[in-house]
Design a protein around this ligand. Structure first.
Ligand code: SF4
Length: 355
């Protein structure tokens, strides 16, 4: 039953009734801890993967109130969060200090593409790089009929690559340092990690595993699911306490909605708060399709950042024209500085595909 249906019938959600729990895909923290201990990993480090938005902030507040223990709080910068999310991260760091809490609060990023998703996309656009990691909406062209058809979405690999894996790597690095070991050395046999992810009960479908695919001694836990908390509950909790409530995501995230499909992450917020970022999203949206047309990419689909599978420029024509008039020159400067950076880092000997 969907969360809205549960509310309609006033049935309280219970993760134990969910197939993900019954099939052993989602396991509780107590189960994960016991599992690690049975493997001899009884020195367990607890880590919060902090996203700067609402649900992981709910967990962070539980930590600050002494309800949940963390050894590390780690924020992975995807390189494409709006400034207001960075401000929320700073707000929570300030609150942590005000609460007298000294848990290390680390900020990290993708290990080779330090500038995150913008770097990945610019690399994809300007070089032979083929790994496309964003959940764009796709269309395909039927060569026989010339008809363009909706064709699903690319997998949401960016969350794993730019948020979850960097958090695991940063936690690992911090603990190796603590034990006087180098990053490339083997993790001692008695050490394990439980990393908390801020998925809510209504996002339980996003849970695919409790076992980290990269590190055998790392488990992933979802405490809000265990608490049967929904996204709406977390937002209400933050509102009731006067805490910031903006949802975290990248400015160009294809999961951005609009008033019709309101989930608290919408294009209007980006347009109003960060007009230049909106122009950047329009740039990526347009140029990605141009790159696909060159035939140089393994991905064959025609990608769109907007769920309607229409160009962002077309969906928000008036806003685009107004913002372009004001910030067009800054966009041109941003593109050329990225081209220089990509040429220097990723493509020193080759002509850029899009010179
Ligand atoms: S917010 Fe969107 S674009 Fe950013 S990492 Fe998550 S899924 Fe990817």
């Amino acid at each position: 039953m969907q969360p809205e249906q549960l509310e309609l019938f006033e049935i309280a959600p219970d993760y134990r009734d969910h197939k993900k729990y019954r099939d052993g895909i989602f396991r509780t923290k107590a189960q994960l801890k016991e599992e690690l201990q049975q493997l001899g990993r009884d020195r367990i480090y607890h880590v919060l993967s902090f996203g700067g938005g609402t649900q992981s902030a709910h967990l962070l507040e539980q930590h600050l109130q002494g309800l949940i223990h963390y050894d590390y709080i780690i924020f992975s910068d995807t390189g494409a969060e709006p400034q207001f999310i960075h401000e929320q991260v700073a707000w929570w760091q300030q609150r942590q200090r005000a609460c007298g809490n000294s848990t290390p609060f680390l900020i990290t990023h993708h290990s080779s593409m330090e500038r995150g998703l913008e770097e990945m996309l610019m690399r994809y656009i300007h070089t032979e790089y083929q790994r496309f990691q964003m959940p764009v909406y796709c269309s395909t062209l039927d060569p026989a009929t010339g008809e363009i058809k909706a064709a699903g979405m690319m997998p949401r690999q960016c969350t794993v690559d730019f948020k979850i894996v960097p958090v695991k790597q940063a936690a690992r690095r911090a603990v190796m340092d603590l034990h006087g070991l180098g990053y490339r050395q083997q993790m001692p046999d008695n050490i394990g990690f439980i990393i908390d992810i801020g998925f809510s009960y209504d996002e339980i479908r996003r849970i695919n595993t409790s076992q980290s695919p990269q590190f055998k001694y790392v488990r992933l836990a979802y405490p809000l699911v265990e608490q049967n908390e929904t996204t709406a509950n977390s937002i209400r909790f933050l509102e009731d306490n006067g805490f910031p409530t903006r949802r975290s995501r990248c400015y160009l995230c294809p999961f951005n909605c609009d008033g019709v499909r309101d989930i608290g992450m919408d294009w209007d917020e980006i347009i109003e708060s960060e007009p230049l970022s909106f122009l950047k999203a329009c740039y990526f949206d347009r140029v990605l399709r141009e790159v696909q047309q060159t035939g140089s990419k393994i991905m064959r689909s025609i990608p769109y950042l907007h769920y309607s599978r229409r160009p962002l420029i077309e969906v928000y024509t008036a806003e685009y024209e107004r913002i372009s008039a004001e910030y067009g020159a800054e966009l041109v400067e941003w593109v050329s500085s990225w081209e220089a950076a990509i040429r220097e880092k990723w493509n020193p000997d080759e002509q850029l595909i899009r010179a």
